[in-house]
Design a protein around this ligand. Structure first.
Ligand code: TLP
Length: 351
């Protein structure tokens, strides 16, 4: 009985749909290093308009989006402020240090969120001894925070504090689309409180690759310069931009389905003996903590894999499940039954 693999490791695993592949195949392209790929230009204009910014720059990955934004808005020896669980600290191979020469001041707070007061306390005094606090990075949704959404008022308050203290603000909006699908806010509602905002097309939106950074014209010109320096300026990248445009047009509204799937997963898994849900389930992610008496997170993921369900351990006792375009409600129920078997719970009857 071999069923299809249910891949819940990340929303990055989605494959382009037939319609997206058609859009890619039909894309009008040019040499974007020379500035004449019309589809890339159209995507950049579209992102700038969605974010309410003057300009945007298409980059290959979310990591490059963050790192070009950091490099464009800091000087070596500066300090940036970010949550201790942020993607730029955990998953970008130390690139703020390697590529921008900046230190990071980590902040604490539940689910990746913090308060103005934390920012206030972290800003260094302006003197000859201290690093210059130049940038605040806010992640929305917050990945290791369980996909938690920043409430807009809190986001505004925190960003305002940073800006009043002379810092710039970068929004790591890899999943800003999920934050907006969950709250009903527009991306520009968040972006207006930040100097730069990154977004990804290759996560919940289902494109095969591509991210963007939006901001004022002068900053985006710097971003584009560092994109070239970091090796990320591509040639006929209109084929990728076409996938991103298709994703913006067709895959944003459906994100609420992924959020419902994550909720369904959390409700079922949270009821299994030895499993608990440690973080808010507000978007497409569901983190599960496993009682050590049942083994480690890595053990559980190994067992699940043998039964065709893929998930990622994100800590000794924590597993992440991410819902996306390629996983429907029936597959979620199947995944729940597989987890139940793996932890030795009584078989569940699908609702
Ligand atoms: N996140 C990936 C892994 O790197 C963990 C995932 O599977 O969730 N910002 C945030 C908030 C992200 O979650 C990610 C990717 C990125 C930036 C980087 O994007 P890519 O992978 O395109 O460099």
């Amino acid at each position: 009985m071999s069923a299809a693999i249910i891949d819940l490791r990340s929303d990055t695993v989605t494959r382009p749909t037939p319609a997206m592949r058609r859009a890619m195949a039909e894309a009008v392209v040019g040499d974007d290093v020379l500035g004449d790929d019309p589809t890339v230009i159209a995507l950049q204009e579209r992102v700038a308009q969605i974010m309410g910014k003057e300009a945007a720059c298409f980059v290959p990955t979310g990591t490059m989006a963050n790192q070009t934004a950091i490099r464009a808005q800091t000087e070596p020896g500066d300090e940036l402020i970010a949550h201790e669980d942020s993607h730029i600290i955990h998953y970008e191979t130390g690139s703020p240090a390697a590529l921008s020469g900046v230190m990071i001041r980590p902040l604490r707070g539940h689910a990746g969120l913090f308060e103005s007061r934390d920012v206030e306390d972290a800003v260094r005094p302006n003197n000859v001894h201290s690093p210059h606090s130049s940038l605040l990075v806010i992640e929305n949704t917050h990945n290791r925070g369980g996909g938690a959404v920043w409430p807009l008022e809190r986001f505004e308050r925190v960003a305002r504090t940073a800006r009043q203290r002379g810092l710039r603000v970068h929004l790591d909006g890899a999943r800003i689309w999920n934050a907006c699908a969950a709250t009903g806010h527009a991306p520009a509602d968040y972006a207006r409180h930040a100097d730069t905002v990154s977004c990804c097309f290759s996560k919940g939106l289902g494109a095969p690759a591509g991210s963007a950074v939006a901001g004022d014209r002068a900053t985006i010109a710097r971003v584009a310069r560092f994109r070239k320096m970091f090796g990320g300026t591509m040639r006929q990248s209109g084929v990728l931009a076409a996938a991103a445009l298709h994703a913006l047009d067709h895959h944003r509204e459906r994100l609420v389905e992924d959020h419902a799937s994550a909720r369904r997963l959390a409700d079922a898994l949270g009821n299994l003996p030895g499993l608990s849900i440690p973080l808010p389930v507000e978007t497409n992610m569901c983190f599960v903590d496993i009682d050590p008496r049942l083994g480690s997170a890595a053990d559980l993921c190994q067992k699940l894999k043998a039964s065709g369900v893929l998930a990622l351990p994100t800590g000794a006792q924590r597993v992440r499940f991410v819902c996306h375009l390629d996983v429907g409600a029936a597959m979620i129920d199947q995944a729940v039954a597989t987890v139940a078997r793996a932890v030795g719970a009584a078989p569940l009857v699908a609702a």
